[in-house]
Write a protein that binds this ligand. Structure first.
Ligand code: AMP
Ligand code: GLY
Length: 419
């Protein structure tokens, strides 16, 4: 088969690695790919948001199957456009991707179908939002409705921060159209859990749980980022909680989408908070998390591409796979300044880290020039180690991290520590 993978981050690197193993995959291209993906797929300079470019490439190269991994092309309808020219896809349609691309859509779906989530109000007028904030207790959570490169959520500790977040969305229009409507949400307390699940719209199969570390600095301080590291499984996610989530959240979400006439095929991401009142949904994403994928997929015992084919063909029920009885820890190495502006273009010295058994280094923001690899983004590498338990995975991941060097390198030192 001729296969394309859309995207060029750490998530796409781990997907490329496991998909490339399947003998059915003959010609494998990544659009645009990156310095690490180049080892498994031919990287083509077409951006993940250039849907016309993707369609032309698929037509000219007789592409049979596409894996659309990032949120932006999914929200732009890449899957609908590819399917219209006969390319089968792993990833949801534009209508199904709305579960991520409109937080208001997701909230209204949960409310209508009784899926537990934080209480909220929707605002489309700045005055109304500001007067609501003025009478609310803090912390309070302000969210832009649409996609905002992971930066549209503010957990405001005080009135001043809440007001600034409202102004940033609705007056300064920092997120453009995405911030025209906002949600103001009750602040939830408890450990956070990510559960990724394969679904073909009929069957839903959760993967091993994980915990992302979203704040930039140690001790969960600093601004939110796309994710600074992950440990899997999540310490707090017991079998009992998992059973409860299946019954009250996962299956009801698929049923709710189906009742609205929407079939979701791909990976559905559940961002959960384990509150004193039980698990609640913080957010849905319509794709694998990044860096969750880099921690979760190395624990998969099964053929990722066969699972993707089964999802597309709506026969997920027939596929058997499980997860290793092991743990993984993924530490993100970022450029200084991330999540703000950062300087890139520095050569990376891997120092032999990739040779440590059980360690895999996924490239998030790199570019290859000849034999050398240079930094090219905020998040640069996702260093994953697999071990018998979280402690050994964590120790191995940091052993690898300490060997890697590039100018301005920054990372959290507390990924996977019990919190
Ligand atoms: P999101 O961009 O929706 O993933 O939100 C980013 C982060 O903000 C989440 O991972 C949580 O840590 C935090 N967050 C979002 N909504 C809430 C909430 N209602 N209560 C507490 N924290 C939240
Ligand atoms: N790591 C969070 C996300 O992928 O949205």
């Amino acid at each position: 088969m001729n296969v394309i993978l859309i995207g060029g981050g750490g998530r796409e690197h781990v997907i490329a690695k496991y998909v490339a193993k399947n003998p059915k995959v003959e010609n494998f291209y990544a659009l645009p790919g990156n310095g690490g993906i180049a080892q498994f797929a031919e990287c083509v300079k077409i951006s993940a948001e250039d849907i016309d470019g993707i369609i032309n490439f698929a037509k000219n190269n007789a592409i049979d199957f596409a894996i659309v991994a990032p949120d932006d092309p999914l929200a732009l309808g890449a899957v609908d456009r590819l399917e219209a020219i006969g390319v089968k896809c792993f990833g949801p349609s534009q209508a199904a991707a709305k579960i991520e691309s409109s937080k208001i859509f997701a909230k209204e779906l949960m409310t209508k179908y009784g899926i537990p989530t934080a209480k909220y109000k929707i605002f489309s007028r700045i005055d109304d939002a500001l007067s609501y904030v003025a009478t609310s207790d803090c912390p309070i959570v302000i969210k832009a409705d649409g996609l905002a490169k992971g930066k549209g959520v503010t957990v405001a500790e005080n009135f001043k921060q809440a007001r600034e977040a409202v102004m940033s969305c609705m007056k300064e229009k920092t997120f453009g159209k995405s911030g025209e409507r906002i949600l103001i949400e009750e602040y939830l307390r408890g450990p956070e859990v990510t559960v990724l699940a394969f679904t073909d719209g009929k069957t839903i199969v959760p993967m091993i749980s994980s915990m992302d570390h979203k704040r930039a600095y140690d001790g969960n301080k600093g601004p939110n980022t796309g994710g600074m590291g992950v440990v899997a499984p999540n310490f707090y996610y017991s079998q009992e909680i998992s059973d409860e989530c299946m019954k009250k959240i996962f299956v009801p979400t698929i049923n709710a989408l189906n009742s609205e006439g929407i079939k979701f095929k791909g990976c559905l991401y559940f961002g959960l908070m384990l509150t004193a009142e039980g698990p609640k949904v913080i957010e849905y994403n319509c794709r694998f998390g990044d860096p969750e994928a880099e921690a979760v997929l190395p624990l998969l015992e099964g053929d990722l591409f066969e699972i993707m084919l089964a999802v597309q063909e709506e026969r997920l029920e027939e596929i058997n796979f499980k997860f290793k009885n092991a743990a993984s820890c993924c530490v993100v190495l970022a450029s200084g300044g991330y999540p703000g502006a950062c300087l890139t273009g520095y050569e990376i010295d891997f120092g032999g880290a990739e040779k440590i058994p059980g360690v895999e280094i996924f490239h998030a923001g790199t570019k290859r020039e000849g034999n050398k690899i240079f930094t090219s983004g905020g998040r640069v590498l996702a260093v994953t180690a697999v071990g018998d338990d979280a402690k050994s995975a964590r120790e191995k991941a940091y052993e690898a991290v300490e060997k890697i060097k590039f100018e301005n390198m920054r990372y959290r030192t507390d990924i996977g520590q019990a919190m």
